[in-house]
Each structure stands twice: as C-alpha cells, then as structure tokens.
Design a protein around this ligand. Structure first.
Ligand code: HEC
Length: 178
C-alpha cells in the first residue's frame, strides 16, 4: 500500500515538472525571452552595507534596462539621445541642487570621477545601486517606490537611472562598462 502511495506521488511530481517546462516564453518577443530564459539577473547589493538589494524584475521594462539587469553593462553609454534625456532628468530630480549643474560637486560630491567616495561607483552596476538605494552619508534613495515611501509612483525607473548615468559618464574618462 505504502509503495503505491509513493509511486503516485512520484508520478504527480514528474507531471508537475513537465507542466512547468511548457509554460513560459510563448508570445513574448525573442529578445525579452532570451533575457528571461537565460535566467540571468545580476545580484544587486545596497551601498549602505553590501546586503542584497531586492528589486522587482518587472521594473526593467525597456530593451536597455533588460540588457542591464542581465549583464550589469549600461547600453546607453555614449548614446547621445539617452545622454540628453539623462541631463534633463538630472535637473528634474534635483540632483543639480546637491551635485551642481554639471555634476561638478556642490554640497554633494563631484560625480566626475575617476575617484569616487564609494569605489564601486566607478562601475555602472555600483553607481546604479548607489542612486537606487541611497547612502548612509546624506543621499536618500532615488529608485521607484523608495524615494518617497508614501508614494509608490515616485522615483526613477531603472531605465531613467541608466540615462542619468550615461550623462554623468560623459564627464569622466571611464565608461563604467569596463
Ligand atoms: C539632498 C542632496 C542630494 C541630492 C538631491 C542628490 N544627491 Fe547624490 N549625494 C549627495 C551626498 C551628500 C552624497 C555623498 C553621500 C555619502 O557620503 O554617503 C551623494 C552621493 C552620490 C553618489 C555617489 C558618489 C560617490 O563618490 O561615490 C552618486 C552617484 C549620486 N549621489 C548621484 C545622485 C543622483 C543621480 C541624484 C539625483 C537623482 C542625486 N545624487 C541627488 C547628496 C544628494
């Protein structure tokens, strides 16, 4: 009797696994599916203490953001359209108030590099984490839903952070993608 129960459970498990396999990528664009099925989402960590930084995968909703979440590379680096938009966003989100109109530093530090207060900000992944989740030393989180905890619609989308970053990197010698 016990043997039959065990076998039945085994059979159900196999069936369930097979069913899972079939779900998934149908109907999605090839590129999105490629990113999804590669299953690769890089591990983000907060700048405050290096602990894991949870971030909803669905916020990465543009081709550039999807590429970034899979590779840690910012595809907007050197792309003029994104750089122009990034400059506008830098003003719109008052980054200028603390970092200056040209990110040269004011009450907040210069963002030109190559030396950063947080060494990881020399990479685009590291700087993304700093902008998204803030620091302990005077900069609040700017990511969607974090900037103002009472308003989930407030804050920057990942794609916007990448555009701002593309503009910031025009001031330094490194692209952050090395
Ligand atoms: C209220 C002032 C203020 C605003 C607004 C602000 N920052 Fe900052 N930012 C700071 C301060 C202060 C630091 C240094 C934090 C520290 O020492 O922990 C900092 C640090 C940073 C760093 C890390 C620099 C390094 O050397 O590692 C980045 C990147 C950055 N800010 C980007 C931005 C962006 C992008 C915006 C706009 C979306 C922004 N900041 C808005 C005050 C501000």
């Amino acid at each position: 009797m016990q043997k039959i129960v065990m076998l039945t459970i085994a059979a159900i498990s196999v069936f369930a696994l097979a069913a899972c396999d079939k779900g998934g990528t149908a109907g999605k664009s090839e590129k999105a599916a490629a990113v999804e099925t590669s299953g690769k989402i890089i591990d983000f960590v907060v700048t405050q203490d290096g602990s894991p930084m949870p971030i909803k995968p669905e916020l990465f909703d543009t081709p550039a953001a999807k590429e970034f979440v899979a590779t840690g590379k910012n595809p907007y680096i050197g792309k003029q359209e994104a750089i122009d938009k990034g400059k506008k966003l830098f003003q719109l989100y008052s980054c200028t108030q603390c970092h200056g109109g040209d990110a040269q530093g004011q009450t907040g530090p210069s963002l030109h590099g190559p030396d950063f207060k947080y060494a990881k900000d020399a990479t685009n992944k590291g700087m993304f984490e700093t902008i998204w989740h803030g620091t302990n030393g005077g900069m609040g989180a700017k990511g969607k839903g974090l900037m103002d905890p009472t308003d989930p619609n407030n804050g920057l989308m990942p794609d916007e952070v990448l555009q701002i970053q593309a503009w910031i990197r025009t001031h330094g010698k490194t692209t952050g993608n090395e």
